[in-house]
Design a protein around this ligand. Structure first.
Ligand SMILES: [Zn+2]
Length: 129
């Protein structure tokens, strides 16, 4: 397959995906969709919007549910995203600490502080896995 054929195939598949996503949005536009973790419900005409100019006013049910999941207090994906963000922050601090030792820092308090924070973050939550 040539490079032009690959580009043509990618364009064809993208167009097909867009059509299928539009079809799903049409199918869902007249129905209610619930978050299975908290029960929050979106339905026809119930998408929250500040005004007709608000982008949420024209969001699909799928987009509305995706936005909800990102901030749902009971959805495991929201909790996982928060944990990933916290761990990324700790990794950055660990990398900075290691760099300081690379460039001659001989104090041990920074190593202890970063290791303690990592240990605490990696400790299983009480009563959970
Ligand atoms: Zn929810």
């Amino acid at each position: 397959m040539t490079e032009d054929q690959v580009r043509t195939e990618i364009a064809r598949l993208r167009a097909q995906l867009a059509a299928v996503e539009h079809w799903v949005d049409d199918l869902q536009s007249g129905m209610f969709i619930n978050c299975v973790y908290c029960g929050f419900r979106y339905g026809p005409g119930s998408i929250h919007a500040e005004s007709l100019d608000d982008p949420k006013a024209t969001a699909s049910m799928r987009d509305a549910l995706t936005a909800h999941v990102q901030q749902c207090p009971k959805h495991p994906l929201a909790a996982a995203e928060q944990r990933v963000a916290a761990l990324e922050k700790l990794l950055v601090s660990a990398a900075h600490a290691l760099r300081s030792y690379q460039y001659g820092n001989s104090a041990t308090d920074l190593a202890e502080e970063v290791a303690d924070a990592l240990d605490a973050a990696l400790r299983p939550p009480p009563g959970g896995a």
